[in-house]
Design a protein around this ligand. Structure first.
Ligand code: FAD
Ligand code: DLZ
Length: 510
């Protein structure tokens, strides 16, 4: 029998993959911790640790089940520090006759692995990762011939195709979207549940990373690592979410408060992105629970289903349709640097200081903090999308190019000029004040537009529209903003623009 080498990437920890359904003595698995993956961006220390810890435990389980596994640790003397270089020497050493790998999720790695056959002079087979609802090309087929990639039409197609929350071909509750019941601020007397955390000792991995002098950002409590790194832990976190957070998920989906870092969000993105759990089993469990518990309202469940069946699959579709060009789009030609305080949280703006500090502490911020606080500010401040991408790709536990870049460059920075969204997600302080309890505790005044205490979001908001008028005025979803702008007295406009310019000139001191 031919000896086959199968590569498992760090985000392919899928126990249910057909590869693992039986042990084959002619198959050797390889997993590797490599500098090519630790160094392509400055990762949060918790992100690097989570990947290595989850990979090691996955390899242990494969071995325990009787599989042959080569696991290269980062500090292994044989480690050549790249996928290709390691596969080359392993193939020679073990007289490998064919190589197999699962379709990678990242374009960069996909390109590298496509050259394997040529480099190794061996037959190489690519198989599906058996994780997503959609294939890489299904999105392109669905939107073929259409001018716009509307998430809503894709989402409805997915709901129908997979019969999710459907009754006789119609959406359950007779509506596709329950956003009008959602988007509530946290009431003053409401106590949010504490997040469910794990307490794993990961000090050996932290020591290895520090010893290898890999550049990282953020903090870690190495004796009590809080993220799930096994399938069992991932399922436990999901159960916790379903039991305690799902009943409020939709209602407080957009709410922000300095008193809670994840509100009622699931925090399962890392577990799903590394494939310890699948989107289908998450959705099945959520819907089963909803069916068995009359107390959970449809708006909570639909809001959650939309994120996974809609947004997550949609972003993957956009990625594979638009890469590699997508990675260099810069619709507004923004050129500025990210303020220094994106790496410390040391700013007087409470919303940014809290969102950034919690990101450094937990490698996590929820969607609205990412979109309407850090993303919103970077866009208003005219930061180059490359800078913004690097920051998001590094700092979050769940950050992988396919879902980071589409959310950051696309949804958040509108650098794609409207491929993902129909208009930029920007707001003045008004939105942040409406959805959060940040502004009451802030140095700046959310209601003030000019003056020392004026919230920077207010003048930067108008500066953004004014400087991008040529690009945005004709957008039918934005037109009203220019009606308001046109009605302002010239002196008011000038004051706003001067205020914004002053803030931009001392952005590191805000
Ligand atoms: P929940 O709010 O509980 O949602 C459940 C799940 O839905 C998430 O786990 C996630 O898998 C999925 N989901 C929700 N929103 C999105 C979305 N917009 N796109 C894709 N999937 C979604 N998500 C990542 O997984 N990796 C990233 O690198 C990433 N970068 C982002 C950058 C920016 C600027 C923005 C605005 C969003 C980004 N997101 C990213 C999407 C989203 O913010 C995270 O998926 C979510 O915050 C993860 O936390 P959670 O598991 O508690 O999510
Ligand atoms: C994020 C990450 C890191 C930090 N390190 C590794 C690694 O050493 N080995 C590995 O296989 N994967 C790692 N990953 C996740 C990869 O970036 C991800 O598996 C690939 O990009 C595939 O899309």
């Amino acid at each position: 029998m031919k000896k086959t080498l199968r590569l498992i990437l760090g985000d392919q920890l899928n126990h249910q993959h057909s590869w693992f359904q039986q042990v084959d003595e002619n198959v050797m698995y390889v997993m590797m911790e490599v500098r090519s993956e630790t160094d392509y961006v400055v990762h949060h220390i918790q992100k690097a640790v989570a990947f290595f810890q989850a990979m090691r435990l996955f390899a242990d389980e494969l071995k325990h089940n009787g599989n042959q596994v080569i696991y290269l640790q980062l500090d292994d003397s044989e480690n050549k520090q790249s996928f290709t270089d390691n596969i080359r020497w392993i193939s020679q050493k073990y007289k490998i006759e064919s190589v197999e790998y699962q379709s990678p999720d990242e374009y960069r790695v996909d390109q590298e692995l496509k050259t394997l056959s040529e480099v190794l002079h061996l037959p190489v087979t690519v198989v599906d990762s058996e994780h997503f609802y959609t294939s890489r090309t299904e999105f392109a087929e669905f939107f073929k011939g259409k001018k716009q990639f509307l998430m809503e039409s894709f989402y409805r197609y997915m709901r129908k195709k997979h019969d999710i929350l459907m009754v006789d071909g119609q959406p359950e509750g007779d509506k596709w979207n329950f956003d009008s019941d959602n988007r509530k601020k946290i009431p003053a007397n409401h106590t949010i549940i504490q997040p469910y955390l794990f307490h794993r000792d990961v000090s050996d991995i932290v020591e290895m990373i520090r010893g290898s002098e890999i550049k990282t950002m953020g903090e870690i409590d190495e004796k009590q690592f809080v993220w799930p790194v096994t399938r069992k832990e991932s399922l436990k976190l999901l159960e916790f979410f379903i039991e305690y957070c799902l009943p409020y998920f939709g209602t407080f989906q957009d709410a922000m408060t300095p008193n809670a870092w994840s509100v009622y969000h699931s925090r399962i993105s890392f577990a799903m992105n590394v494939k310890l759990i699948s989107p289908q089993e998450v959705i099945d469990k959520v819907i089963n629970h909803y069916r068995q518990n009359n107390s959970i309202s449809l708006n909570q469940v639909e809001g959650f289903v939309r994120q996974i069946v809609g947004w997550r699959e949609y972003m993957r579709g956009i990625y594979w349709l638009q890469m590699p060009e997508y990675a260099s789009l810069n619709f507004f030609n923004h050129e500025n640097k990210l303020p220094h305080w994106y790496w410390t949280g040391e700013t007087k703006m409470k919303c940014l200081s809290h969102s950034i500090k919690q990101s450094l502490q937990f490698a996590y911020a929820h969607h609205i903090q990412r979109l309407m606080v850090t993303g919103n500010f970077a866009l208003l401040a005219g930061v180059h999308p490359d800078e913004v991408d690097q920051w998001y790709l590094g700092i979050y536990i769940d950050a992988l190019d396919w879902v980071e870049i589409t959310n950051t460059r696309g949804m958040s920075q509108f650098a794609d000029g409207g491929i993902v969204g129909t208009k930029p997600y920007v707001s003045s302080a008004n939105y942040i004040d409406k959805m959060s309890t940040y502004c009451g505790k802030c140095h700046y005044n959310a209601k003030q537009k000019v003056g020392d205490k004026a919230c920077p979001f207010n003048s930067l908001y108008w500066h953004f529209y004014a400087r991008n008028e040529q690009l945005l005025r004709k957008n039918p979803r934005i037109g009203m903003m220019y009606v308001t702008w046109d009605k302002m007295q010239p002196q008011v406009k000038e004051e706003l623009l001067n205020q914004a310019e002053a803030y931009l000139s001392k952005i590191n001191e805000l």
